[in-house]
Design a protein around this ligand. Structure first.
Ligand code: NDP
Length: 338
């Protein structure tokens, strides 16, 4: 069964593998497959589920709500997010203003079919709204009992420090950051992880399999495998995965195959086990387009990789690893227009 870890310095435990539904539910896969995948996750001991208001323009939250209906609420940890534009994308349908945060959480709770969520996350930093306004709104959401804890996603070390300090002053807990992290994308290692360790913040890491690339199924110089995310043009994911679909990266990934075999793991399991070796990572946030993928991935929980395996991975990947600490994603203008 999947093991659990504490989220930041809070008392909340999350499964060390979380199922996320970006680009899958309400979009790439039909509802039947989505619900079967959520049930496969529950059967494997996954208790933590991640979504966002923006996924499939709110449809992903509704699918997750239907998939979890009838489950014992106390046995689940449900996470969602606010920031990116939803609905008709009007001037107040995005960002981290008090108005949008209040309206967004009410919509998310309705779609998810729950009175509260465990974690409400700022999907990106908002340079246009004063941080004080955002954190006060989050404090009120927590006081209203609509979210138990607050997290963020893709914030820099400095943003985490400032947000954490305001949360402390306002009397609520900012306990997590959700960045991209995988064997191929190590941007958080230099600054975000040391700052988070100091503040008692955990990482919930997205695309730990580099969107499927680290499964080894994309072969250099070969056509894209049918039914894979890179072939799905409906939701923008095919564009995002392009950065990994270079022959030098795909060749480096193939060099991981004997390392995985030697460790007694499949390639997807090696990718997930690798992110879980970092104690600041509370959970690997995986996606799955089919229940069988998840049945394979969850076996990475509890695996320890020895130092020889970790060195062999670094040698195999070489220059294919991207680790620029400046590469935190941003989606808001550099500053508020004067
Ligand atoms: P992964 O790196 O785990 O990629 C998942 C995809 O890889 C699957 O949908 C599937 O795609 C493929 N795959 C999974 N298992 C296997 C397997 N065993 N063999 C072969 N292929 C496999 O994570 P995601 O990119 O899906 O991201 C996970 C979650 O992270 C999202 O759902 C979301 O919750 C969160 N996220 C957060 C972001 C943020 O800004 N905060 C941004 C992006 C994601 P297929 O079968 O279609 O090829």
């Amino acid at each position: 069964m999947v093991q659990h870890r504490f989220l930041g310095n809070s008392g909340l435990k999350v499964s060390e593998i979380t199922l996320g539904n970006w680009v899958t539910h309400g979009s790439q896969v039909d509802d039947e497959a989505a619900i079967a995948t959520v049930h496969a996750a529950l059967d494997a001991g996954i208790t933590t589920f991640d979504t966002a208001d923006v996924y499939a323009n709110t449809k992903a939250e509704a699918v997750l709500g239907r998939a979890l209906a009838g489950q014992r609420r106390e046995s689940l940890e449900i996470f969602t997010k606010v920031f990116f534009p939803t609905g008709p994308k009007g001037p107040n349908d995005a960002g981290l203003s008090r108005k949008h945060i209040f309206e967004s959480i009410n919509g998310s709770l309705r779609r998810l079919g729950t009175d509260y969520i465990e974690l409400y996350q700022a999907h990106r930093y908002d340079n246009e709204t004063p941080l004080e306004e955002t954190m006060q709104a989050f404090a009120d959401v927590v006081r209203q009992g609509k979210a138990l804890y607050i997290g963020v996603s893709e914030w820099t070390a400095e943003q985490l420090r400032d947000g954490h300090e305001l949360a402390r002053q306002l009397g609520f807990q900012l306990i997590s950051n959700q960045p991209q992290y995988s064997m191929l994308w190590r941007v958080i290692e230099d600054r975000v992880i040391p700052m988070s360790e100091e503040l008692g913040i955990s990482q919930i890491v997205w695309s730990p399999m580099a969107q499927g690339v680290l499964s080894g199924k994309y072969l250099p110089g070969q056509p894209l495998p049918t039914g894979s995310r890179a072939n799905d043009t409906k939701n923008g994911a095919a564009e995002l995965i392009q950065g990994f679909l270079r022959d030098d990266v795909l060749e480096a990934v193939q060099r991981l195959r004997p390392i995985a075999e030697e460790a007694g793991l499949t390639m997807p399991q090696l990718a997930i086990a690798w992110v879980l070796q970092n104690p600041n990572v509370a959970s690997a946030l995986v996606g799955a387009s089919r229940p069988e993928q998840l049945a394979e991935t969850v076996k990475a929980s509890g695996v320890t990789l020895d130092s020889g395996t970790l060195v062999a991975i670094d040698t195999a990947l070489g220059g294919a690893v991207y680790a620029d600490p400046e590469a935190t994603y941003t989606a808001s203008p550099a500053r508020r227009p004067s």
